[in-house]
Write a protein that binds this ligand. Sequence first.
Ligand code: FE
Length: 212
Amino acid sequence: MDDTAVFKLSYGVFYLGCEDKGQKNVCVVNTVIQVTQEPLKVAVTVLKTSKTHDMIASSKKYSVGIMGENASMETIRHFGMQSGHQVDKLKDFPYKTDMLGNPLIDEGCIATLSCKVYEEVDLGTHTMFIADLVDAHNVSNEKPLTYSQYRENRINGTKKETQSNEATQPQKEIWQCTVCHYIYDGDIPFEDLPDDYVCPICKKPKSVFKKV
Ligand code: FE
């Protein structure tokens, strides 16, 4: 089986915002889908070890910011590659609040959704939060960013950095987690990492990484 076949499923890229007992957090996901039309329901699947997961499980609400093609990789990295357990990602970062009190990031956002959890589905490593859509706004007419475009931008960005270093350093290989699509960007060559290395995002072992 070639796991990379699932990369061809088309997804968007989203800010997932939450607020629980006054605390706010935002992460980046590719797992928001519309599940019914009347009434409008959406779903998001969230890793159980993430802070966002526990906050949504407690508060039963979340916001979604749909990213456009011009969303900056830097902002995606800020919200997507750091854990809310370790960092207050909203400290010193401008945001608005939706009608449910969830944070909304302006940067690169083309539409927003406000969601009240209707049902939770336990999926082992993840929980799917199915929700009623209670508010929604279009912010711009820019085209939505697809997950495939995001992956390409990430890989091209890493290749460009590698090329600019080529004169002084050997060609760097690009390794990607096949589970969460995280791209390893450490200084140590991937193959030299210890056998107990785990993906910093989904915590899966080194063996799930593939060269891209
Ligand atoms: Fe991963």
